[in-house]
Design a protein around this ligand. Structure first.
Ligand code: SF4
Length: 256
């Protein structure tokens, strides 16, 4: 079983995330300052108070962006929830992450790196909330590619069809599900994953997937907290993937 220290964010990923976050915030602030300054001359011709009103609106937006990024950086560095920190995860997922992907692309940072840093920071924020859950409130959501590609049983609608023949991680994961009494399901894509979440109404999702599916899953299921675990791809993406059972056990022990 992994020690807690091993689950902390690798500093490289943290640096990528914080740098992109600060750059994104600067771009947004510069945009709004520009948006404020340019029309001020024209606005004063409409009404003498118009530039002041626009200035107050722009200042409020700038303060919000600066507050959001500052709180998020503190949250990451101090590893504990801060003021209004329950809103910070939402702001990161819905607002900063999509813009950071764009800024990362402009700077030539691969999407995979940005997504990976986002998943790590998201996990840290979910951990920082320090919630414990009842086993029945926890759903482990698995990708279809964990199933052995030569296995013919159909697991998407009923994971119980697995014969636990140990040719792939699904049987071992089912043993863990039974041991911890949590829910578990396999999804073949985003639509089925969303349906599974709606049907099971989990309070916490432990999701296993690649960077792309995990980051979109975290966005889709907000405000439900998602703890993401990256799958291992010894044969390339989407075929006969693996997952660290130690990480799953550590996560279950941490949240239940
Ligand atoms: S463990 Fe289950 S899913 Fe994996 S190969 Fe065996 S029967 Fe198929």
């Amino acid at each position: 079983m992994k020690k807690e220290a091993e689950q902390k964010i690798p500093s490289g990923k943290k640096i990528i995330f914080i740098s992109l976050l600060l750059l994104t915030s600067l771009f947004i602030i510069a945009f709004f300052v520009f948006f404020w300054i340019v029309p001020v001359v024209g606005l004063s011709n409409i009404h003498p108070l118009a530039p002041l009103i626009l200035g107050i609106i722009v200042l409020a937006i700038i303060s919000l962006v600066a507050w959001g990024s500052f709180s998020l950086v503190l949250n990451i560095l101090l590893k504990r929830p801060l003021f209004f920190s329950n809103k910070i995860r939402g702001i990161t997922i819905k607002f900063f992450f999509p813009l950071m992907t764009l800024v990362g692309e402009i700077l030539g940072i691969s999407k995979e790196k940005v997504r990976s840093s986002f998943i790590c920071v998201n996990n840290e924020m979910v951990l920082n909330e320090k919630h414990n859950y009842k086993p029945e409130e926890v759903l482990i959501l698995l990708p279809h590619c964990l199933q052995n590609s030569r296995c013919n049983v159909r697991l998407t609608y009923n994971i119980e069809n697995c014969k636990r023949c140990w040719r792939c991680p699904v049987g071992h994961l089912l043993n863990l599900r039974d041991e911890f009494c949590v829910k578990m399901a396999i999804a073949t894509g985003g639509t089925i994953a969303r349906r599974i979440v709606v049907e099971n109404e989990p309070k916490l999702i432990i999701a296993v997937a690649c960077e792309r599916d995990l980051s979109s899953g975290i966005q889709d299921t907000y405000p439900i907290p998602v703890f993401g675990i990256l799958n291992i791809r010894p044969y390339g993406p989407c075929v006969d993937t693996l997952v660290s059972l130690d990480k799953i056990i550590w996560t279950l022990n941490r949240f239940i």
